[in-house]
Design a protein around this ligand. Structure first.
Ligand code: ZN
Length: 277
């Protein structure tokens, strides 16, 4: 089971991290989105786009365009604030607000969630209870390895898993991790997807039963203004060839979206984890 997902946040995150005026980025990002939607059409693929509520509020047409193509719209929070920076009440408000905006635009229920920067961690497992409360059926926020922000290294399941937390039951699709060069790496998205040679990704994919990808349009945007920092290498390495790499990735393997994965997966056979605080 290979699952194709994108986190749709560029229209807002560029402003938030002060990478420059959005008038400069908007046309570039819009053109990448068009190219991406065409590519998915050509391959007859339906993906899941985890969207920010704010993007929906400011650019409802973008969300509509994606939904009209038959892709699933999931929630990626309202303003990309990390979940571990919020308390229960604030996260509840944030999630409700975003879900309401997205549902109003598409007229469809939002069933899936992905936390900004995988910020549901060992320390804020209560967030899953909030997701249950706002009607989320499945979550894709658990990143079972260490990372600069977020991450849940003690989550040992690298496959769809049922999580019980108090009275809440959430179906979890964690990010899949592979051992590359002796390290536990999430190769199916972000900087590592650009960093690892394609032949190596192909080899790992062929051996995997479960792949959860996590792409961003900015991962492919070779025109973006680059910010000099220690993260520079990881942020921009391989960016010029990244869209071609994504094309190969999408054409060489079969993908489904999270909604279909959830509907088709035999949950009776899934491992069950009970979280206790
Ligand atoms: Zn994000």
């Amino acid at each position: 089971m290979n699952i194709l997902t994108f986190d749709l946040e560029e229209w807002f995150v560029y402003q938030q991290y002060d990478k420059g005026p959005r008038d400069f980025y908007l046309p570039i990002i819009e053109s990448y989105l068009d190219e991406l939607l065409e590519l998915l059409d050509r391959q007859e693929l339906k993906a899941t786009f985890f969207c920010l509520g704010m993007v929906g509020k400011e650019y409802p047409g973008v969300i509509k365009r994606i939904a009209r193509k038959g892709h699933e719209i999931g929630c990626h929070s309202h303003k990309h604030q990390f979940v571990y920076e919020m308390d229960y009440a604030r996260f509840l408000k944030d999630s409700k607000e975003a879900i309401d905006i997205l549902e109003d635009i598409t007229g469809q229920k939002v069933r899936g969630y992905r936390a900004p920067a995988f910020s549901i961690t060992e320390k804020n497992k209560w967030a899953l209870q909030v997701l249950g409360e706002v009607g989320i059926e499945y979550d894709c926020s658990i990143f079972p390895a260490t990372r600069s922000f977020g991450g849940f290294p003690s989550f040992t399941k690298h496959e769809p898993t049922i999580i019980k937390y108090g009275n809440t039951i959430i179906k979890e699709f964690p990010i899949n991790i592979a051992n590359v060069w002796g390290m536990n790496i999430a190769y199916s998205g972000g900087g590592y997807f650009r960093l690892i040679p394609y032949w190596k990704i192909q080899k790992i994919m062929k051996k995997s039963d479960y792949v959860m990808s996590y792409f961003h349009i900015r991962d492919f945007d070779a025109h973006q203004k680059k910010v000099l920092s220690l993260r520079y290498f990881k942020s921009y390495y391989g960016i010029s060839g990244a869209f071609d790499k994504l094309k190969k990735f999408i054409c060489d393997f079969d993908f489904i979206n999270v909604e279909r994965a959830n509907d088709e997966f035999d949950w009776e056979k899934a491992p069950v984890i009970e979280f206790i605080d």
